[in-house]
Design a protein around this ligand. Sequence first.
Ligand code: CO
Length: 238
Amino acid sequence: MPDRPDSLDTLLDANRRWAADMESRKPGFFTRLARQQSPRYMWIGCADSRVPANEITGLDPGEVFVHRNVANVVVHSDLNALSTIQFAVEHLKVEHIMVVGHYGCAGVRAAMRGLRVGLADNWLRHVQDVRLRHRKRIEHLPPAQQEDVLCEMNVIEQVGNVALSTVMQDAWSRGQKVSIHGWVYGLKDGLLKDLGVTMQGPGEVVEVFARALKRYPRAAAAALAAADEDDDPGHGAP
Ligand code: CO
């Protein structure tokens, strides 16, 4: 049998050390997990190697159910994502689903700049749709800020898509307690930011969405707000 490449031996060695360390810190850990998983959380994130769900939230194996794809998109006809969400909600009974984007996302950048990257162009069309839908809230910003805002808006849109899925609508109509959250992760500081778009039931979707959008004013509203801030107090801006 040919030798395995050195780099893979390194990984397999690291795995043996990790498993031994885990078992010594938590005796019976793997035996318990092998019988059953009961995560409270589901993570829908970008496939980017720099955003590993467990590590950045300090969670062990068994604690978070994960679905990742390019640019953390939830499409109404994507049976892969929908099946994963259904399994998480109906069988594992997760209590929280977090859609997690990240600043500096290459998929979002390609969608923002209209770059062609290959097959993924068709997938990223969904992110371009988000950009087009909200272009008046995005295009007046400086380029670097546009990409950050699109990262956030993409998360907000995907939170809405999860909420409007039949899986979530059915779960909520059964009275199941499961909420959806929108977060964005900073590659530069390793910190997660809550975008404040938590949805806990079907009646909240429209209101949460509308409230979130207000944080991204259109050009005219942004200019007014800036003028307000610049005004000398006492000179009474209109
Ligand atoms: Co990404």
